[in-house]
Design a protein around this ligand. Structure first.
Ligand SMILES: N[C@@H](CCC(=O)N[C@@H](CS)C(=O)NCC(=O)O)C(=O)O
Length: 203
């Protein structure tokens, strides 16, 4: 069986869980306390991911694949969640790069600082900048989703799954999501998908 090395608080891990659920693919979850440094042990760095991060998908033969968007790409091949048209494939990759460079570093990190670190953390000084840059990314999504039901093409792809993960929990990073009605409607659309699963679940 597939093993997902992950953490329930991680949107990057949730992207993978959501796609596995949509595909009805069983997997075993191994949870890591990332704040306590559980992904920085010698064993983890040697055997799971030399970059010391979750998520990592481990195959039955022991191969390990880190990086959430690489995992989405791998799992979505020959499924309806990755387009067959080459232009649309490139657009999916474009949005997944956007997520990693212009969205996740701000939207995810604000949530991390406000929900995972102690209230008196000095990192709270980063919040105004994270909000400014995160809101720029969310506005780009909002403008696009005003014109389109899904990020690429006419159906759900891994571009949606990738962007949905941290966007639908952006309020936990104190982003004012009432500014983004098209994003809200898009989230509702995704949540109606058959085999959709919530980010948080009972361990
Ligand atoms: N680009 C990576 C980012 C992964 C990442 O930042 N993971 C965080 C949790 S969301 C982590 O493992 N942090 C622990 C650490 O850096 O020690 C991906 O998309 O998978």
């Amino acid at each position: 069986m597939l093993i997902l090395h992950e953490n329930m608080e991680s949107g990057n891990a949730y992207k993978v869980r959501l796609l596995l659920s949509l595909l009805e693919t069983p997997f075993e979850s191994i949870q890591y306390d990332v704040v306590a440094g559980a992904t920085r042990t010698k064993n983890y760095l040697t055997n799971i991911n030399k970059n010391g991060r979750i998520p990592v998908l481990q195959f039955e033969d022991g191969r390990c694949l880190p990086e959430s968007n690489a995992i989405l790409y791998y799992l979505s091949q020959n499924t309806k969640y990755f387009p067959t048209d080459t232009w649309e494939q490139a657009k999916v990759i474009e949005w997944m790069c956007f997520e990693q460079y212009s969205h996740e570093p701000f939207v995810a990190v604000a949530k991390f600082i406000l929900t995972m670190l102690p209230e008196n953390t000095s990192r709270r000084v980063e919040i105004p900048t994270l909000h400014e840059k995160g809101n720029t990314a969310l506005q780009i999504m909002e403008d696009h989703l005003c014109q389109h039901d899904y990020v690429v093409g006419k159906t759900l792809t891994i571009a949606d799954i990738c962007l949905y993960a941290y966007t639908h929990k952006a309020h936990m990073g104190s982003f004012d999501m009432s500014r983004f009605p098209a994003i809200k409607a898009w989230c509702s659309r995704i949540e109606k998908e058959e085999n959709y699963t919530e980010m948080y679940y009972d361990l």
